[in-house]
Design a protein around this ligand. Sequence first.
Ligand code: SF4
Length: 317
Amino acid sequence: MIKVGISSCVLGQKVRFDGGHKLSRFVDRVLTPYFSFQPICPEVAINMGVPRPTVRLLFKNQTNLLVDTKTHEKDFTDQMNDFSEKKINQLNEQNQMCGYIVCAKSPTCGMERVKLYRENGNTIPGGTPGLFTGKLIQKMPWLPVEEDGRLCDLVLRRNFIVRVFALNDYYKNINLQSKRKDYINFHTRYKYLLLSHCQEGYKELGHLVAHICEYNNEEFYHIYRQKFMDTLRKHANRKTNTNVLMHIQGHYKQILDKNEKKELSEIILKYRNSILPIESPMTLLKHYQNKYYDKFIECQSFLSPYPEELNIRYGMQ
Ligand code: SF4
């Protein structure tokens, strides 16, 4: 099972300030069979209790402080920073964490745009990440992190799931002892998926692999992982997906008969013009792959970046 960290309340644990939870149905119904969730509630972990007074982020002396909402006199910043430092180091050392789902808007767990208050009660435009998640993103910048609410957006959801499965694949196939051939195999399998997310990223990763001898094993492991995950963070869209679909189409050029070629071209064009979802050309390509089998295409993660049963629609890209 793939290890994914999660804000405890999003998993349904009653740890919120009011004794409630924020169970995500998507997490509960769709992801639970695939992910081994590691629930963490930083506020409970530093003994703030349940129920507890609400807290907010206060910008004071050029620092984001975690203080009680009413008086600003109870300051939990040092405790939270100490806990975050230790917990995230521990998660990092386990080296198997493939993603993290956090609770939106929380001054502790929010990923972005959490309200940041001035002493006069006004908020600072743009907000900030919560104290714990801000540190998580800073210390593990390769880790796919997403908020519960944003996972309702099909494009963001797919991007997050793709990254979690890709990172898990990296950990399964690459380690600190991996050799050039291991990276070449891995990089080859991800060619079309990377291309669909970012052409420049794919090229830069190829350049890295070609110059692997300039790095020591550990250095390369970390550099490739970061660049790989940065590339997948960019969103695939109809234009980039069409480009990849046409590349794959090229592999069957000699094998498909006239009618099959026409059918595939038309379906790719309809996808490009937003008439059909990506499932249409993907299904047809998988059909041709079953029928004609191309060794290179068979290993491409682009056609199956996560288990089909997850049934996550790509959304209108
Ligand atoms: S948002 Fe974070 S700190 Fe708040 S209840 Fe949920 S897990 Fe705990």
